[in-house]
Design a protein around this ligand. Structure first.
Ligand SMILES: [Zn+2]
Length: 52
């Protein structure tokens, strides 16, 4: 299973403060730091995510 990782340019990790270490995991829909392993869910367009 291949993972299409997209590094997020210009973003700094809030935990280890390294630059350009955050990448988007499209499968899990979360951002992860490749340095310290910090993860965060990507929350965009919350109003459009309504599913009963
Ligand atoms: Zn980090």
């Amino acid at each position: 299973m291949t993972t299409l990782a997209h590094f997020l340019d210009g973003l700094r990790c809030a935990t280890c403060h390294n630059l350009n270490v955050l990448w988007l995991d499209p499968v899990r829909a979360q951002v992860e730091c490749c340095e310290c392993g910090q993860t965060a869910l990507t929350v965009t367009d919350t109003d459009e995510g309504r599913t009963a």
